[in-house]
Design a protein around this ligand. Structure first.
Ligand code: GRF
Length: 206
């Protein structure tokens, strides 16, 4: 069995795609041992609970208020996670930049970013790509899944990427929808590849 920790801060649609792939048997020999959120209202926490997955809520605000550092926050999170079996840490909309205090505990951390490698790092990648397209600067965008070996933001060795076209009649919403659909499929396929488990057809149960 391969065990994942999935870290989220928001809606958790990528988390849901991974849960669905596991439950449908598409992603065999894989379990999510824990879901972590740094935001209490993250809907992804509710998704995890509904599927009986243990959750951890670990906010940074109390650390900041107490004058404690990101390193201390990261050390405590690593300590909490040590209670769970974890082969791969999957960042899925996780809005916190890890320091080496966390990164040194886990050598296999994947992150997903809704842009092609090197393009539009940060929180507004889809909007920025949409606006760059309107200015005639780009003709396509994409999705990247990369390893997180250090403290860089939305950068690191690329594990997978896929191009996503932008069409003249796209709205920001239609582009977002197309990108998220690619993310959900690409994350599941990449996790399978990294874990070395064969993806099964969706209808086939394990
Ligand atoms: C995704 O677009 C991901 O690429 C980015 O944050 C978003 C998370 O979406 N890092 P969700 O919470 O999985 O719905």
């Amino acid at each position: 069995m391969n065990y994942l920790a999935v870290l989220i801060s928001g809606s958790g649609t990528n988390l849901q795609a991974i849960i669905d792939a596991i439950e449908s048997g598409r992603l065999p020999d894989t379990q999510i041992s824990v879901v972590v959120s740094n935001r209490k209202a993250a809907y992804g926490l509710e998704r995890a609970r509904r599927h009986g997955i243990p959750t951890i809520y670990h906010p940074f605000l109390p650390y900041r208020k107490a004058g404690r550092t990101r390193e201390e926050y990261d050390t405590d999170l690593a300590e909490m996670l040590s209670d769970y079996p974890i082969d791969l840490v999957v960042l899925a909309g996780w809005m916190h930049i890890f320091t080496m205090e966390f990164l040194r505990h886990y050598c296999r951390i994947l992150n997903i970013h809704p842009a092609l490698p090197g393009a539009f790092p940060g929180m507004h990648a889809i909007e920025e790509a949409y606006e760059a397209y309107q200015r005639g600067e780009i003709s396509e965008t994409g999705v990247m899944i990369h390893w997180a070996p250090d403290e860089a933001v939305d950068a690191g060795p690329v594990a997978a990427c896929e191009r996503v076209p932008i069409y003249p009649d796209d709205t920001l919403e239609s582009l977002e929808e197309r990108i998220h659909a690619v993310e959900h499929d690409l994350y599941v396929r990449t996790i399978a590849e990294v874990l070395g488990v064969p993806l099964k057809p969706e209808t086939e149960q394990s």
